[in-house]
Write a protein that binds this ligand. Structure first.
Ligand SMILES: [Zn+2]
Length: 298
C-alpha cells in the first residue's frame, strides 16, 4: 500500500510517497511555497494532489510541530505555523482528497522511525528527546503515543527553567527550549563566537564554559524526564546533537550525574539517533500504516 507522508516544518516542507518502507518519490520545498493563500487546508490538498499525480496512494499521514488535540484532528497551538491553528486539518483534508488522513506530532513520527530502525522494545515506555531549533519530546507506551488528558503530554521543551526570562513561542516565559535548543545556540554564537560559523561551534569551542553550560542544561532536561518516567528506552537526537564535534560523552556524563541512584542511573542506556533528511516522512508512513491496520501505532 502506498501512503503519502508529510512533515510540515517551520522552514521546510517534506513530502514522500512510501511503499513497503521504500521511498518512491520525495520532495523538500520551502513551507512558505506550499501555504500561499489564506486557506491552509486547500493549500495542503493542492500540494498533495500535484505531488501524488499518477501515484495510487491510499492514505495521507501528516506530522506537525504542534500541540494537537487528543483526538488528533485539530492543531491547538503551533507557534511556527500559526495558519494551521484551530482548523480541522484531518477531516478537512480527508474530505478534499477522498482518502483517510492521519495527523500526529512530528516528533512522534520521528520516534516511530527510530524505534523501528534501532529495534527498540515494543512493550513498555520509550522516550525520544530531540534537540533541534526547540526541544522536541515524544513518549510511546506499548507502541502508542502517550497523549495525556488533553493530548499535550510530552512537552519537555516547555518545562520552566529557574531564573530564565526568555519569552517562548508558546506564550510562557523561561521554557526549557529557550535555553537548551538550537535557537539559543544561535544567540550564543552571535554574542560569544561571532567569528565561528554556527555549524562549527562545538567543533571549535565545545570545552568552553558557554557551551558546557548549554550541554549541561540539555542534560537537566533529559534527566528530568528520565527521573519521572523511568523509561525502558531513551533516544536522543535532533540537529543540535548531530552537529560536528557535539560532545556526546559530556552530555551522557551530565545526564548520569543527575539521574536518581541506583535506578534509573544504573540501567539507563542512551541511544543517540542519527539525523536523516526523510526520517519524519518515513516515520509518518509507518505510524499511519500501523494505525490503519488497527495495530499498535509505532
Ligand atoms: Zn514554551
Amino acid at each position: 500500500m502506498i501512503i503519502i507522508g508529510i512533515d510540515i516544518g517551520g522552514t521546510h516542507f517534506r513530502i514522500g510517497a512510501v511503499e513497503d518502507g521504500h521511498m518512491l518519490k520525495f520532495e523538500k520545498v520551502p513551507t512558505a511555497s506550499v501555504f500561499c493563500t489564506s486557506n491552509a487546508i486547500e493549500d495542503l490538498a493542492r500540494k498533495i494532489r500535484s505531488f501524488g499525480e499518477g501515484i495510487d496512494y491510499k492514505a495521507v499521514s501528516v506530522g506537525i510541530p504542534a500541540a494537537l488535540d487528543r483526538a488528533r484532528k485539530t492543531v491547538l497551538q503551533a507557534p511556527n505555523l500559526k495558519f494551521m491553528e484551530r482548523i480541522p486539518v484531518v477531516d478537512g483534508l480527508s474530505a478534499l482528497l477522498g482518502v483517510p488522513v492521519i495527523a500526529e506530532r512530528d516528533v512522534t513520527m520521528g520516534l516511530c522511525y527510530d524505534a523501528a530502525k534501532y529495534d527498540l522494545p515494543q512493550e513498555g515506555m520509550i522516550c525520544g528527546i530531540y534537540f533541534g531549533t526547540g526541544v522536541g519530546n515524544a513518549i510511546l507506551l506499548d507502541g502508542k503515543p502517550w497523549k495525556g488528558h488533553n493530548g499535550v503530554a510530552g512537552e519537555l521543551g516547555h518545562i520552566p527553567v529557574h531564573g530564565s526570562t526568555i519569552p517562548c513561542g508558546c506564550g510562557n516565559i523561561g521554557c526549557m527550549e529557550c535555553s537548551a535548543g538550537g535557537k539559543y545556540l544561535a544567540v550564543l554564537q552571535k554574542e560569544k563566537y561571532p567569528d565561528t560559523p554556527i555549524g562549527k561551534l562545538f567543533a571549535v569551542h565545545a570545552a568552553e564554559a558557554p557551551l558546557v553550560e548549554f550541554v549541561d542544561l540539555m542534560a537537566q532536561a533529559v534527566a528530568a524526564e528520565v527521573n519521572i518516567l523511568d523509561p525502558d528506552a531513551l533516544v536522543i537526537g535532533g540537529g543540535v546533537m548531530n552537529m560536528e564535534g557535539f560532545p556526546k560523552d559530556l552530555l551522557k556524563e551530565r545526564i548520569e550525574a543527575r539521574l536518581r541512584k541506583p535506578y534509573p542511573a544504573e540501567s539507563l542506556e542512551i541511544l543517540f539517533a542519527e539525523d536523516e533528511p526523510d526520517k519524519s516522512v518515513v516515520g509518518a508512513v509507518r505510524f499511519a500504516l500501523n494505525q490503519l491496520k488497527g495495530e499498535k501505532e509505532c
